[in-house]
Design a protein around this ligand. Structure first.
Ligand code: PEP
Length: 257
């Protein structure tokens, strides 16, 4: 099944950088990147830099996305950014439900599902993050947590919506901690996620890209990307350095060859 799916290597720059650094990062990635069939690349800068990065990466084959989106349409929502605006400035993807947003901004499953729907309504591909905390894993609740997070989106958007969506499995205990899930630990959860979707529609389940996120780097990428249900990575820390990010892209290219 994995032969049918392209990899997506996605950088989540979080709230980092300034104009100079962002320009260096974008131009460095674009000049060092050798496009390979079956390996798609995406970067998600902070809101203020999306438009300029989209301009810098135009024609490079590297897509640009946002890190979150409002669930509302344009209107009286001070400080928020709509999917219409993201589309207007060149964002093709948006991360929704990142664990930092769920934890620090109190985003609920229902709200995340509404963001997913709002993005798709503008033709933006949502990258839906799901994942358990260490406490939840140790309590044996990993599958229940992921099932709940996914069910909220299935209820709001339906299985058909996953034809144009990406899922990122991000164990919270592995994000920014230097602890990575082993390829087998990640594969187990990825297989479970695909199984939940397959119960609704096997064809959709077979096509959806499920990325792994959590301290992915050049050294561990090949092992993770070699697993049959892992279709790429969502990368935080290592996406902030040109060489580290490109090493992961190259690891994906080597697995796909
Ligand atoms: C993330 O926050 O999406 C992430 C995976 O971060 P890191 O790679 O730094 O663990």
């Amino acid at each position: 099944m994995s032969g049918m799916r392209s990899f997506l290597i996605a950088g989540n720059w979080k709230m980092n950088g300034d104009s100079g650094h962002i320009r260096e990062l974008a131009t460095g990635i674009s000049s060092g990147h050798e496009p390979v069939e079956g390996v798609d690349v995406l970067v998600c800068p902070p809101f203020p830099y999306i438009a300029s990065v989209a301009g810098l990466l135009a024609g490079s084959g590297i897509a640009v996305g946002a890190q979150t989106v409002s669930e509302n349409g344009n209107g009286a929502f001070t400080g928020d950014v709509s999917a219409t605006m993201l589309k207007d400035i060149g964002a093709a993807f948006v991360i929704v439900g990142h664990s930092e947003r769920r934890t620090l901004n109190g985003e609920t499953d229902t709200q995340v599902a509404a963001k997913f729907v709002a993005a798709q309504a503008e033709g933006i591909v949502p990258v839906l993050c799901v994942g358990e905390t260490l406490e939840e894993r140790e309590a044996g609740a990993t599958e229940a947590v992921i099932g709940r997070q996914l069910a909220a989106v299935l209820d709001a958007a339906g299985i058909g919506a996953f034809k144009k969506a990406v899922i990122a499995y991000e164990p919270v205990w592995a994000i920014g901690t230097g602890k990575t899930a082993t390829p087998e630990q990640a594969q187990d959860v990825h297989r479970h996620i695909r199984g939940l979707l397959a119960a609704e529609d096997e064809q959709v389940a077979g096509g959806v890209q499920i990325l792994y996120g959590g301290s992915m780097k050049g050294e561990n990428a090949a092992g993770l990307l070699g697993m049959s249900d892992i279709d790429g990575g969502l990368i935080g820390g290592a996406s902030l350095k040109v060489d580290d990010f490109l090493a992961i892209v190259r690891a994906g290219a080597a697995v796909r060859k």
